[in-house]
Design a protein around this ligand. Structure first.
Ligand SMILES: [Zn+2]
Length: 343
C-alpha cells in the first residue's frame, strides 16, 4: 500500500487542505492531493505553486517541498503550494523506461526517500484511454494525453479523472482569486524548451523582468511565449480561462532524456550521464552540459531562484498587492550546502 512520504511544513504554514475542498468529486480518489497554505497577517497578492504535474520530473516536486518546508513566515499575501499536482502519477513509473521507484536524499537528520513517478496518471485510476483525445477547446491529441495533466486544462467536471483533477485546480485558481500561478517542470537536454520560463501573454512583463534579474545573478534562463493554439497546457488555459498570470518553468534533467544510458537513482540525483557529454560535444543539446551534469540540487536551486525573482518582480509591479515571504533558501546556499540541508 502506497503512502505519501511525510512532509514537515515550515512555521509559516497556516492551513493544510485537500484539493477536493474546491471540487468534492475528487474526495477519496487517488487524484486528491494536499494543498499547503501560507497566509500572511497582511493582505496581499496570491500565488499558487505546482510541483509534480509530471511525477518523473523530481526537481519540480522537490522544489515545492523545499519551499513549503522552509517558509518560516508569510508577512503579506498568500502562498498555495501543491507538491504532487498529479498525485496518481507518483504511484507508478513509466512503462519500458526501467526507472527506479524511489530516490533517497541524505539530510543531517537521516535519509529521506521520495517516490519517482510517471508523466501520466496511473492506469489503475483511469482506464481505458480513448484512441483520440478531443480536447474541449477543439484540438485533437493522441489518446494517451488524457492521462497527462498538462494537456487536460482547463479541465472537465464530468470528464476523465485527469480532466477532473485539472478542473479542480482551475476552480481553486478562480475561487481563491489567485494572481500568479506557476507550474514547475523538467525537460530533457535535447528538448528545445529548456532552462526556460514559458509565459502566457498576460504575464509577459513579469516574465521578462524576472528573466533579466536572473541573468544579472548569472542564472542563464530563456523566455518562451505560450503558443496560442497549443491547447490544454497550464500556461495557456489558466491564463485564458481565469484572471491569473500563468507561467511554467523548465529545467534540464538528463534522467528523462532519450539519449541517456541506464536509468538509476544516481542519475536522478547527479544528472551525470556520459552519453549526454558525448551529445554535447556533437552540439546536439539545447543546454550547456559537461561531466558535472545537472545535479538535483542545481535543478531545485534554479526553480526556487526563479520563483523568488517572480515574487520580487510581482512586488515591483503591484506594490498594493505585495507577497512577502521569509525563509526561502537562496540559490548559492542550496548549491553550497546541498539539498539535504534544507529538507
Ligand atoms: Zn513536464
Amino acid at each position: 500500500m502506497w503512502e505519501d512520504p511525510e512532509l514537515f511544513p515550515g512555521e509559516g504554514m497556516t492551513n493544510k487542505v485537500m484539493l477536493s475542498n474546491w471540487f468534492e468529486t475528487l474526495k477519496g480518489t487517488a487524484f486528491d492531493t494536499p494543498v499547503y497554505v501560507f497566509e500572511g497577517s497582511k493582505e496581499g497578492g496570491k500565488v499558487l505553486l505546482l510541483g509534480g504535474t509530471h511525477a518523473n520530473e523530481p526537481a519540480a516536486a522537490l522544489s515545492a517541498i523545499t519551499l513549503l518546508e522552509n517558509i518560516s513566515n508569510c508577512v503579506s499575501g498568500t502562498v498555495y503550494i501543491i507538491p504532487w499536482a498529479n498525485h496518481s502519477a507518483i504511484t507508478h513509473t513509466d512503462q519500458m523506461e526501467g526507472d527506479p521507484q524511489f530516490y533517497t536524499i541524505e539530510t543531517p537528520d537521516g535519509e529521506r526517500t521520495f517516490r519517482y513517478g510517471s508523466r501520466r496518471t496511473n492506469a489503475i485510476h483511469q482506464w481505458p484511454d480513448p484512441t483520440i483525445y478531443i480536447h474541449p477547446e477543439g484540438s485533437v491529441l493522441g489518446g494517451q494525453e488524457v492521462t497527462n495533466l498538462n494537456r487536460c486544462y482547463p479541465g472537465r467536471k464530468n470528464g476523465y479523472g485527469t480532466e477532473q483533477l485539472a478542473y479542480a485546480i482551475t476552480t481553486l485558481i478562480k475561487e481563491e482569486g489567485i494572481d500568479l500561478a506557476i507550474d514547475l517542470h523538467e525537460s530533457s537536454p535535447e528538448y528545445p524548451v529548456n532552462n526556460a520560463i514559458v509565459f502566457h501573454q498576460d504575464a509577459a512583463e513579469l516574465a521578462v523582468t524576472a528573466q533579466m534579474m536572473l541573468e544579472m545573478y548569472g542564472i542563464d534562463i530563456g523566455l518562451e511565449e505560450s503558443p496560442q493554439n497549443l491547447r490544454g497546457l497550464s500556461h495557456r488555459e489558466w491564463g485564458d480561462n481565469t484572471d491569473v498570470q500563468a507561467v511554467l518553468f523548465e529545467v534540464s534533467n538528463p534522467a528523462q532524456g532519450r539519449m541517456r544510458g541506464r536509468s538509476s537513482e544516481e542519475l536522478i540525483l547527479t544528472g551525470v550521464d556520459k552519453f549526454y557529454v558525448n551529445a554535447a560535444d556533437r552540439g546536439q543539446l539545447y543546454v550547456p552540459y559537461d561531466e558535472n551534469g545537472y545535479p538535483l540540487k542545481l535543478r531545485v536551486a534554479r526553480h526556487i531562484a526563479t520563483f523568488e525573482e517572480f515574487i520580487s518582480s510581482w512586488n515591483m509591479f503591484y506594490p498594493d498587492k505585495m507577497i512577502e515571504i521569509e525563509g526561502i533558501p537562496d540559490y548559492q546556499s542550496i548549491l553550497d550546502e546541498g539539498l539535504g540541508y534544507y529538507l
